[in-house]
Design a protein around this ligand. Structure first.
Ligand SMILES: [Zn+2]
Ligand SMILES: [Zn+2]
Length: 179
């Protein structure tokens, strides 16, 4: 309880200019946060952002090559392949950009069990501090290098759909190759 009280007192005692508040909101750990709603970012860019950028380019070029150069013969092949490729790219972008569950609000002390000395915040059950992202993630699953950040409660569903889209994409293209 002392820690909570001390933390709250410290937060209230430090006067911050609006610009400093904006900077603090924008950069959380190694994350860049954008598009806030109810003081929580909807979009975050992870510390390993070059990997998702590289993968996005590979997915776009790969889908275009397979759909418009490789399958020259049939327009139906192109449509089916392009749709599966588009679905794959969209689910990947949503997973890579969606807020993965940053433990953002300092007032979020309900049902807490542990204290993170790096974030100076209480961690609810399932929240783990990621060393790469340098911030606590709610519902932490793992740090994924390909999306450049963690998979947590915020993007877990999108990540699962992306994995499904990945399997569907390869299955569709494999079947198209056999026809
Ligand atoms: Zn932490
Ligand atoms: Zn991470």
């Amino acid at each position: 309880m002392n820690d909570i009280e001390n933390g709250q007192i410290e937060d209230e005692d430090v006067p911050l200019s609006p610009n400093e508040v904006k900077q603090l909101k924008r950069k959380k750990g190694s994350q860049y946060c954008f598009w806030f709603r109810n003081d929580e970012p909807l979009i975050t860019i992870g510390p390993h952002w070059p990997f998702p950028l590289f993968l996005t380019v590979v997915l776009i070029l790969g889908t275009y090559y397979i759909g418009f150069i490789f399958y020259k013969s049939d327009i139906l092949f192109r449509i089916v392949q392009s749709c599966s490729g588009l679905f794959l790219i969209l689910t990947f972008l949503i997973t890579a950009l969606k807020n993965q569950g940053i433990n953002y609000k300092s007032s979020n002390t309900a049902f807490t069990e542990h204290w993170c000395s790096i974030c100076s915040m209480h961690k609810s059950k399932g929240t783990i501090h990621c060393k790469d992202c340098n911030i606590c993630i709610r519902g932490y699953d793992h740090h994924c290098i390909w999306i450049g950040k963690c998979v947590g409660e915020g993007n877990q569903f999108a990540f699962n759909v992306f994995i499904l889209a990945f399997l569907v994409f390869f299955l569709i293209n494999y079947v198209l190759l056999l026809i």
